[in-house]
Design a protein around this ligand. Structure first.
Ligand code: NAD
Length: 505
């Protein structure tokens, strides 16, 4: 069989693909003002399957004006939390009811395995449900100084929130920002990633059906340096919530500085998984395989550096490599696929360049190229490097694909130094059955989130965010509510006015 016939046999194109992808501004689907579009590729064949509107400053200006009008004059910020909550629950219901269709579109557009895309669609519904509940349970601080004063917090939505999102699990990551921004009464302009605009275009229909007022949600597609940049620099957008690469985060910081905007930054990672010799090795191997190969390794919290104590190192590497070779690479739409196709040929080229760098830096024990039978598109075999030195580029730099670096250590001190030896600080995973060590070690790691004897399973009430080059600020639960609201303090005198008199004599 030739590559082309394999491709033709295995490719799956969803029904009802749109004929073009437009912006959604003030309740209507529209093209770019200048008519410009960009190509959208699907990652199995890398063929262009649709054109998306390429937004520029003029389109962002329209979207921000609509969102500002909806904020200044519309009902959304003024509605009771219970009323907004009902609409958010309806959004969650609609996402749940359409989970299969959403997953099919997402998987086709991004290359994510269909079962994992389905999980992400359900998580998106859960995000809306969570903030729908949180907003009605919200209580604010009141402080009393008996007989003298009462102080209370008047929490207010801020205005037009600019939401800029990446291409990995796009629909779910959009929900993560849309849920709290809308729950708190803000209006929004979403700029989704240009590699994966398909699922974002489905929000508009869902929001309309759920009864979200016109102008509250606006969507502008386009390149980061055009549409994203214009959103960051728009004077009527006081908040930017950004998820993406650390380098882009730095640029956005600089561009937002003259406006003194509120910024939430969820950035890159190179998270360690530390396996001590007393760990449950079966569980640790399963979790660390899943931790770096699920979502095609295109996961900010991927445990992409595995540090293993010397006594169990050889056994770990041997078993890990054997299991990695059994991970099923396949067409994204097939139910038994565990690793699909990387999102885009540019990203594929970046990941493959790291695979080549790794071959010159460390010992390749699994993968190292395209998997057999999938020598086309953006497929990459789960790739494992052992004996990786801490100054290797594959130890230090975020690859964002199905590639893992394994490094041995002898002592706890050495493990901690290795774990922290990176510019990033997003997540960490610790495997040990020693209770004291587990807590002391976890608390010493420079990471925003640590999982002990656990995979990446997160309660939505907990803070999410990184330290160092992995981000600034935390979202998740009430922290998201804090980001999307102003907490105005109101102070009232009850007793005598406390009034030192100046200028009496
Ligand atoms: P990216 O930084 O290239 O792009 C993210 C978004 O920013 C896109 O919508 C893009 O168009 C936009 N953008 C690019 N340049 C811009 C500019 N100058 N001004 C405004 N917007 C701009 O990131 P990506 O490649 O799409 O996503 C992968 C990265 O995201 C990885 O580094 C990953 O670790 C990170 N990520 C982090 C988290 C987290 O929560 N910490 C979650 C998911 C992904």
């Amino acid at each position: 069989m030739t590559d082309t016939t394999i491709l033709a046999a295995g490719r799956h194109v969803p029904e009802n693909l749109p004929s073009r992808i437009q912006h959604y501004i003030d309740g209507a689907f529209v093209d770019s003002i200048d008519g410009d579009t960009f190509d959208v590729l699907e990652p199995v064949s890398n063929e262009v399957y649709v054109q998306a509107a390429a937004g520029k400053k003029a389109d962002i200006d329209l979207a921000v004006a609509a969102a500002k009008r909806a904020f200044d004059e519309g009902p959304w910020p003024r509605m009771l939390p219970r009323e907004r909550s009902r609409i958010l629950h309806r959004i969650a219901d609609l996402v749940e009811a359409r989970d299969a269709q959403l997953a099919e579109m997402e998987s086709f557009d991004s290359g994510l395995p269909i079962t994992q895309a389905l999980g992400q669609a359900r998580r998106a519904a859960e995000n809306f449900r969570f903030f729908a509940d949180l907003i009605v349970a919200q209580a604010d601080d009141t402080f009393k100084v008996p007989g003298r004063q009462i102080n209370y917090v008047n929490r207010k939505p801020i205005g037009v929130a600019g939401l800029i999102t990446p291409w990995n699990t796009p629909f779910m990551l959009e929900s993560w920002k849309l849920g709290p921004a809308l729950a708190t009464g803000n209006t929004v302009v979403l700029k989704p990633a240009e590699f994966t605009p398909l699922s974002a275009s489905l929000w508009a229909g869902i929001f309309e059906e759920a009864g979200l007022p016109q102008g509250v949600f606006n969507l502008v597609n386009g390149l980061g340096e055009d549409a994203g940049d214009a959103l960051v620099k728009h004077p009527d957008v006081p908040l930017i919530s950004f998820t993406g690469e650390s380098r882009t985060g730095q640029i956005i910081f600089g561009n937002a500085a003259p406006f003194l905007k509120g910024l939430s930054m969820e950035l890159g990672g190179k998270s360690p998984a530390i396996v001590f010799d007393d760990a449950d090795l079966d569980a640790a191997i399963d979790a660390t395989i899943f931790g770096v190969f699920s979502l095609n390794g295109e996961r900010c919290t991927a445990g992409s550096r595995i540090l293993v104590q010397r006594d169990v190192y050889d056994e770990f590497v041997e078993r890990y490599a054997a299991q990695a070779k059994r991970v099923k690479v396949g067409y994204p739409h097939e139910k038994d696929t565990e690793v699909g196709a990387l999102v885009h040929p540019e990203h594929y080229a970046k990941v493959m360049s790291y695979v080549e760098i790794g071959k010159s830096e460390a010992r390749l024990v699994a993968g190292g190229g395209q998997p057999e039978g999938f020598e086309f598109g953006n497929f990459v075999a789960p790739t494992v490097f052992a004996d990786v030195s801490p100054d290797a580029r594959i130890f230090q730099e975020e690859i964002f694909g199905p590639v893992v670096a394994i490094t041995p250590f002898d002592t706890e001190e050495e493990a901690l130094a290795l774990a922290n030896n990176t510019r990033y600080g997003l997540a960490a995973y610790v495997w040990t059955n020693d209770l004291k060590r587990a807590h002391n070690f976890a608390q010493s790691i420079e990471a925003g989130m640590v999982w002990l004897n656990s995979n990446n399973v997160r309660d939505l009430r907990t803070p999410f965010g990184g330290v160092k080059a992995s981000g600034l600020g935390h979202e998740g639960g009430y922290r998201s509510i804090d980001f999307y609201t102003d907490q105005q303090a109101v102070h009232i005198t009850l007793g005598e006015v406390h009034n030192p008199t100046f200028g009496k004599n």
